[in-house]
Design a protein around this ligand. Structure first.
Ligand SMILES: Nc1nc2c(ncn2[C@@H]2O[C@H](COP(=O)(O)OP(=O)(O)O)[C@@H](O)[C@H]2O)c(=O)[nH]1
Ligand SMILES: [Mg+2]
Length: 446
């Protein structure tokens, strides 16, 4: 599914995720490629234009270009936009409590997958603890009633059928009253496939809709038809009113146009996707997961989180200068603790200093000590944090007392800090080291 659009975008992600510098020109080129990929995927032109404008505007901002890992920031912008195009949050079915009957009306073109989807939905809801009844109201296709009955048996869900009936409205009326009598909490109505242009058929569907008063009026649309599916959704929504769409045949090589345009064009959410011909092949639709699949990264979420944490280039430069001139203070060190908490490891601070790994031992950076170190620094006055050399024995005693630690621990921290500072200064005199330091502080790959 979505293979082609995904291939292109995955390429772009690969090119960008490692970039430590990008220019407006890079962005323009990448956006042009994405634009082509979306148009090939049959995404609505206006939706593509909006995507392009938004992405360029966001990505060209100072914050992105000057951040330590602009490549990741750019991917995050694209990812966020895709999620939004796909509909933002997952939209589940809005069913009433089990004491009230909830009717789900399925509609769509012939062959779009209504009957298969009716059975899939019934199975899905049964697994969620509901008691569904299927109504076979497609009397036009001779085999349709039989098809639904077979599927119903397969999933052990009863099917209401009236053999020899010619009026689908009457069949639905009977089905609803049977549902009430036998206390089914969910009624799923399978209807005849119809063209939106067929006036008589639309009038019939309107009648069925009025009679059912459905909580969910769902269009089953074939994902392979791209923008056509979106047009059909618009028509059915205008005529009958839709609460959402189920995109069937999402497992086939869909180009993606339907999924990516639907929400923006019609305002209707995609609630499920059909992923095959079997009754179990139905998946809830999660915009963020699909966006992740399109960008070809299972771990796009962690990447995005990382991008959010990366620090500003200016701040990194400021820190590097401080290290270099040995004006790096305990106050700066304390600030790093906050960052470490986010990055998850004290090791990452030490690793900012190339060559420090061997010189500062495992003991020096014992993760368990980090809380105590923080407490010690927090017990210092501002003056002490800015100039640790003024901290003589009486002050050390006070700090130990205030932080609930010992003189020994305070001494050890001050000694370690002094060692670290000397090393930073030595290491950062080298230009190449400096650059590595900057890159590592951003968490980016050099
Ligand atoms: N690959 C695939 N085929 C599907 C899916 N949903 C339905 N189909 C197939 O599409 C064809 C038409 O389905 P059907 O439910 O009879 O459509 P209806 O005319 O709208 O009721 C059948 O061959 C189904 O097996 C799907 O999600 N994936
Ligand atoms: Mg059918």
């Amino acid at each position: 599914m979505l293979d082609r659009v995904s291939d292109k975008l995955t390429d772009i992600v690969r090119q960008f995720s490692g970039k430590s510098k990008i220019s407006e020109k890079n962005i323009q080129e990448a956006v042009d490629e994405i634009k082509l990929a979306l148009l090939e995927a049959d995404v609505n032109l206006r939706v593509v234009r909006r995507f392009v404008n938004y992405t360029i505007e966001q990505a060209s901002g100072e914050a992105v270009l000057r951040s330590v890992s602009p490549g990741q920031q750019f991917i995050k912008i694209v990812y966020d936009r895709l999620v939004s195009m796909l509909g933002d949050e997952r939209q589940d079915l809005e069913l009433k409590g089990p004491d009230t009957q909830s009717v789900i009306l399925l509609m769509g073109l012939q062959g779009s997958g209504k009957t298969t989807t009716a059975a899939k939905l019934a199975r899905h809801l049964k697994n969620r603890g509901r008691r569904p009844l299927l109504i076979a109201a497609d009397l036009v296709r001779p085999a349709a009633v039989e098809q639904l009955s077979v599927l119903g048996k397969q999933i052990d869900v009863p099917v209401h059928r009236v053999d020899g009936a010619t009026d689908p409205v009457a069949v639905v009326r009977e089905g609803l009253s049977r549902g009430r009598k036998e206390q089914f909490d969910t009624i799923i109505v399978d209807t005849t496939g119809r063209m939106q242009l067929d006036e008589a058929m639309m009038v019939e569907l309107e009648k069925i809709e009025k009679l059912c008063d459905p909580v969910e009026s769902l269009l089953v649309a074939d994902a392979m038809t791209g923008q056509t599916a979106v047009d059909v959704a618009k028509e059915f929504d205008g005529r009958i009113g839709l609460t959402g769409v189920i995109l069937s045949k999402f497992d086939s090589d869909t180009r993606g146009g339907a999924a990516l345009s639907l929400k923006s064009v019609t305002g209707k959410p995609i609630k499920f996707i059909g992923m095959g011909e079997k009754v179990e092949d139905l998946e809830p639709f999660f915009p963020d997961r699909i966006a992740g699949r399109i960008l070809g990264m299972g771990d796009v979420v962690s990447l995005v989180e990382k991008a959010q944490e990366t620090i500003d280039q200016d701040e990194a430069e400021r820190l590097a200068k401080k290290m270099q001139s040995a004006t790096f203070t305990l106050e700066d060190y304390l600030e790093q603790f906050q960052r470490v908490k986010k990055m998850g490891s004290l090791q990452s601070i030490v690793e900012m200093i190339p060559g420090a790994k061997g010189a500062i031992t495992e003991d020096d950076i014992n993760e368990k000590d980090i809380k105590r170190e923080e407490a010690i620094i927090l017990s210092m006055t501002r003056e002490e944090r800015r100039n640790h050399r003024i901290i003589g024995p009486p002050r050390r005693k006070r700090i130990a007392h205030g932080s609930g630690t010992s003189m020994f621990e305070v001494n050890r921290l001050l000694k370690k800090f002094e060692k670290m500072r000397t090393m930073m200064q030595k290491m950062t005199k080298n230009k190449k080291y400096q650059q590595q330091v900057l890159a590592r502080m951003g968490g980016g790959p050099g």
